[in-house]
Design a protein around this ligand. Sequence first.
Ligand SMILES: [Zn+2]
Length: 438
Amino acid sequence: MSPAHYPGSVRLYDTYSRSLVELPAVPGPIRMYVCGPTVYARAHIGNARPFVVGMWLRSWLRATGYEAQLVHNITDINDKIYDAAPGASAELAALATEWYLEDTSGLGLGMPDRLPKATECVPQIVHFIEELIETGHAYASGGDVYFRVASFADYGRLSGQKPDQVEQGEEPSTLKDDPRDFALWKANKPATEDTWWDSPWGRGRPGWHIECSAMAEDIFGPAFEMHVGGLDLVFPHHENEVAQSRALGHPFAQIWAHNGMLRFTGEKMSKSVGNVATIRETLDEWGREAVLVFFLTASWRKPIDFSPETMAQAAARRDTLRNAFTLAAADHDESGWPAFAALLDDDFDTPAALAVLHEWASAGQLELLRRGLRVFGLESLSERDEAPAEVVELAERRLAARAERDFETADRLRDELAALGWQMRDEPGGSYSLIRDS
Ligand SMILES: [Zn+2]
């Protein structure tokens, strides 16, 4: 613990300054913006990580006395959506948004305070682009609009790249003045793009990066405390967000908190290599508590390896923590809490905090254990409620539907159970247990 760090203060690693930075004093506010998924398919389990990190940070900051707010966007305008559903992209985006909300609510952590969608923010985006053009940071060209990278002296600072060596991953375009420039607005391509919006530059749609600058500032204003997202978004997405907002003199995010990537058998999980387990499949196979324990096992900004083995280890840890509540409690010793809190205050060290939870489990410190589990949405491990008759009946019907391979009915019954606040967890031998959501 460095001298600058004192009990009760929270610090996190910031990509922009490449150092641990102290959060403003309690009660803040701490306004957090998380880059959410592009909605065109069931989200894979790696997409759950920024959601979980954001929700846990909000939970911990609130427990610490902060006024913490979490905004998590939905990218529902994007090339990937056009590619995935020619002629029906809006329908797919709406459906995949529903899937994402269902799947993340299945994690049992509650939901962010706001979930803005790009499609609901187009007038604000257009206004933002107009300001960038008026101030000389952007130019219209053939129905597109591009950000002029050379106009922003700090370009490259977040990702650590030299401005003259930057390469935008987007397709090259003869409409750009400079290959480093990136699109803020793209003219409609009628052959492949079935949605568009009117703008001063003609029919088209926003680029991905400007969507996030506009959505974050629409809700929080020009300055806020924290921007969260996967490490894979540092460049170009977040570098471009910084450029767009700071070019207009907006301070934008003070702290850049980037979560590490989820890797599947050692490789970064991606559609291109076919290593995909969805959030839904993972929840169905392992249950929400094992998924959360799994995410606790690695520091939020380090890579985490997802495999049947690591998930089985997480499930075993979950069982150890749950079984502690079947044992006799020791005399309550409050003195253990400050050390646990200090671990989370110091760059949110969940592997160390998880080790303390296990110590409490084996020492019978059940009150501390329950309180610690609550921070991570795992209080349900301490509950042994009897399920009411209607819940048992729904569970029995779901078991029967699954036996008949009627997965549609089984999914519906799962949602009905969730609406009543219960989850059904598979047990060996075809039986199940019913767990109350925390
Ligand atoms: Zn974003």
